[in-house]
Structures are given as C-alpha cells and as structure tokens.
Design a protein around this ligand. Sequence first.
Ligand code: SF4
Ligand code: SF4
Length: 81
Amino acid sequence: MFECNKCRECCRHINLSDIYKELDDGTGKCKYLIGDLCSIYEERPIYCRVDECYELFFKEHMSLNEYYELNKFYCNKLRRE
Ligand code: SF4
Ligand code: SF4
C-alpha cells in the first residue's frame, strides 16, 4: 500500500497537471481541499486514488513497486519546492 503522509501538497499544486484542471479553485489549489482535508474524500475522482489509478492506467507499464517509488519521488519533490 502507498504510504501517503497526508501532507496535501499534491492537492495544493493541482495546477501542475492538466488532468486536475477542473478541480482548480483559481489559485492552483483544489477547490475541495478544506484546511488539510479533502472534503469529498469518499467520492474523490479516480485520478486522486493511487491504487485505483495503478490498476486502471499503469499496471501494464510498470510494477506496483516502481509505481509507488515514482509517486514517492514526486511527493518528495512537491514537499521540497
Ligand atoms: S504529496 Fe504525496 S504524501 Fe503528500 S498528500 Fe499527496 S500523495 Fe500524500
Ligand atoms: S479531490 Fe480531494 S484528493 Fe483530489 S485533489 Fe482535491 S482535495 Fe486532493
């Protein structure tokens, strides 16, 4: 399982990917992020779900471990910037 520390940096920088543009509140942050919480967590879009995304889009292209490592790389990059 992917270990997300819930820093929410990804939700604060959705403008970095066009996939999330419908969620942008106009400042680059997701309009559903309230404080540090996703206000639609149970109904969040598929592309906000790490494991479901792997099954649907990445499974054919890399191992689960490689996918998690890639996710971790970008999480760390977001937290440093
Ligand atoms: S940036 Fe990574 S660790 Fe932080 S909330 Fe997003 S997925 Fe989780
Ligand atoms: S819908 Fe929720 S999990 Fe997805 S970017 Fe917005 S706040 Fe983050």
